[in-house]
Design a protein around this ligand. Structure first.
Ligand code: FES
Length: 157
């Protein structure tokens, strides 16, 4: 996984907030790669002058971190406060129904990872979802179902 090294380094160095922590660095790596590879744990430890055990303790504490690559397509539905007020739950129900999942996770064919997000950063366009990191504002259950059905029906290659 040598190709990951520069992407991990970039993500770690790109953090612009004043306080860089193990958690913020793990988040930066996951935002970049969609998961935390074993190498990522080691790099975060070196970057934050922590031990691998310390980094692993933080990474394993938060259920939002994943340690395997995500599926081909990533669908995120925001269930933060702003989105919740204007229809996040119907959107989540539609996404679950269309993907055949019972909760967030991966479809068994490896085509789609569904995740809930606490804020996709576009609250003024709530309710918001993202498909492969492309934000969709004022999403509707119907549009969510249609987009997910398209992704699942896509031909390989
Ligand atoms: S709360 Fe949904 S985008 Fe911010």
């Amino acid at each position: 996984m040598d190709g990951l090294k520069p992407r991990i380094a970039d993500a770690m160095h790109r953090q612009s907030q004043p306080t860089v922590t193990v958690l913020s660095t793990l988040l930066a790596v996951q935002d970049e790669l969609g998961f935390i590879p074993k190498q990522g744990i080691e790099e975060v430890a070196a970057f934050t002058s922590s031990t691998i055990n310390e980094v692993w303790a933080v990474a394993s504490f938060y259920p939002n971190f994943r340690f395997e690559p995500p599926c081909l397509h990533q669908v995120e539905v925001c269930w933060g406060a702003s989105c919740h007020l204007v229809g996040a739950m119907p959107l989540i129900e539609a996404a679950l129904q269309a993907s055949g999942l019972e909760t967030e996770g991966d479809t068994s064919d490896g085509r789609l990872t569904l995740r809930y997000n606490t804020c996709l950063g576009a609250c003024s366009q709530a309710p918001v979802m993202a498909i492969d990191h492309h934000l969709i504002g004022r999403a509707t259950p119907e549009s969510a179902k249609a987009r997910i059905a398209e992704l699942l029906a896509e031909q390989n290659g």
